[in-house]
Design a binder for this molecule. Structure first.
Ligand code: PEP
Length: 253
């Protein structure tokens, strides 16, 4: 059985004080549910990782980063390596979030290098895939998600892929209040599971967790999690409210 996995992506929000307060409230709100019945992570901005890590210290909530650079060290001004993230206490790292793909302009090739670097550095990557609204309307969802999966995971052995979580995040549902229906989400999750079977075999594809992300709220989390191939949730806006995030974590069990 795949253990549910809920992660909060705080994006470019909070300040130092607010980040610590939010982390403490998330710890209190999730209680014993986190770690035992569901894996939980929060991904604050880079500059607050250490402070948030301290606030999570005695909990079962893991620390994650929102991005990583693929080089190990050197003249890459402004970038952060996997080793640095590991050093600050990170377990997870989000790779290829749609805002990085579509606002910053990251390509599948770059994202592949980031996933590779994350794994080499001992981090657990969350690889995000998902189509734009115009791509869905043009019936291109399967093509887009297939390309992002194949290029994002290009060159990985089954052994490596085991450590990766996939997050299906339809771009039209991110931060818009529009959620994919559970059926729409399940359809793409089943496609992703099928691709994983094709690429790595049935045993492995049954083990890899696939999160859904896109305007997840306490009132839709349970229904989404009820779908066969939805194993967790990647939560943006609602992860900034401890009560909502804790309710989502509890709904994921
Ligand atoms: C996200 O940032 O990954 C996300 C899904 O955002 P939201 O929950 O706000 O749609």
């Amino acid at each position: 059985m795949r253990k549910p996995f809920v992660a909060g992506n705080w994006k470019m929000n909070t300040d130092g004080h607010g980040a610590v307060k939010l982390a403490e409230e998330v710890v209190a709100g999730c209680g014993e549910t986190a770690g035992h019945k569901v894996d939980v992570a929060v991904c604050p901005p880079f500059v607050y990782l250490q402070q948030v890590g301290k606030a999570l210290h005695s909990s079962h909530i893991a620390l994650g980063a929102q991005d990583v650079y693929f080089e190990q060290k050197g003249a890459f001004t402004g970038e952060i390596s996997a080793a640095m993230l590991k050093d600050t206490g990170c377990t997870y790292v989000i790779c290829g979030h749609s805002e990085r793909r579509h606002v910053i302009g990251e390509t599948d090739e770059l994202i592949n290098k980031k996933v590779k670097a994350a794994l080499a550095g001992g981090l657990l990557p969350i690889l995000c895939v998902g189509e734009l609204l115009e791509q869905r309307k043009a019936n291109k969802t399967t093509d887009v998600v297939t390309r992002q999966m194949k290029e994002g995971l290009a060159g990985f052995s089954a052994e490596k892929v085991e450590a990766v979580t996939i997050a299906y995040e339809p771009v039209w549902a991110i931060g818009t209040g529009l959620t994919a229906t559970p059926e729409q989400a399940q359809e793409v999750h089943a496609l992703i599971r099928g691709l994983l079977t094709e690429m790595y075999g049935k045993k492995l594809s049954n083990e890899i967790r696939i999160q859904y992300g896109g305007s997840v709220k306490p009132d839709n989390a349970g229904e989404l999690m009820g779908q066969e191939d939805i194993d967790g949730l990647l939560v943006g806006g609602a992860s900034l409210k401890a009560d909502d995030f804790a309710a989502i974590v509890k709904a994921a069990v």
